[in-house]
Design a protein around this ligand. Structure first.
Ligand SMILES: [Zn+2]
Length: 179
């Protein structure tokens, strides 16, 4: 089902809550509409939703998903190895050597995509990074910390963030010191 009109504009949609957007993306769906696909390939995030057009390039999942996966899989396997060693002492060594590395690889491959999706959906739901600016209705209520700080400091919420700090250039807020 496509909600994109012939003119390319999108009808206003109900913004999902953070839990809803996280759950949608965990299942590999667009966090905004829940219909389009979030991933183009296994871990390659699509540039935008094929259904509603929501851009995905704002995400900053980076190393967080594999960190979560390593944490979860490490604890699961650590407990499993501990139980196997203490309760089933007759488990042969070759079985240990086959079982635990296979489980580690299998669990990591199975968890990486949903965990990465959940992280992206979570960032979308919180309006983090560029996701806050991607949807006009989210700008005012979901500003980033940097934008709020810039607004408090300069009183120019839209332009203060985009302006790079040009060496040698001084404005009214940072006057050239006298003498
Ligand atoms: Zn979508």
């Amino acid at each position: 089902m496509s909600t994109v009109s012939a003119s390319g504009s999108h009808p206003p949609r109900q913004e999902p809550g953070t839990l809803e957007s996280t759950w949608r993306a965990l299942r590999g769906r667009c966090p905004a509409c829940g219909e389009g696909h979030l991933f183009g390939r296994f871990l390659k995030v699509a540039p935008h939703c094929t259904d509603c057009g929501q851009p995905f390039h704002h995400h900053r999942a980076d190393d967080f998903p594999p960190y979560i996966v390593m944490f979860v899989v490490g604890h699961l396997l650590g407990y499993g190895i501990y139980v196997a060693e203490t309760r089933f002492e007759e488990v042969p060594l070759w079985l240990h050597a086959m079982l635990w590395p296979s489980l580690a690889v299998g669990l990591c491959l199975a968890l990486l995509q949903p965990v990465k999706g959940a992280v992206i959906g979570w960032q979308y739901g919180l309006g983090m990074h560029g996701f806050a600016r991607a949807s006009g209705s989210r700008v005012d209520e979901r500003r980033t910390g940097g934008e709020v700080a810039a607004e408090l400091r300069l009183g120019r919420p839209e332009t203060a963030v985009a302006e790079p700090a040009t060496p040698g250039r001084r404005d009214a807020d940072h006057p050239r010191p006298l003498g």
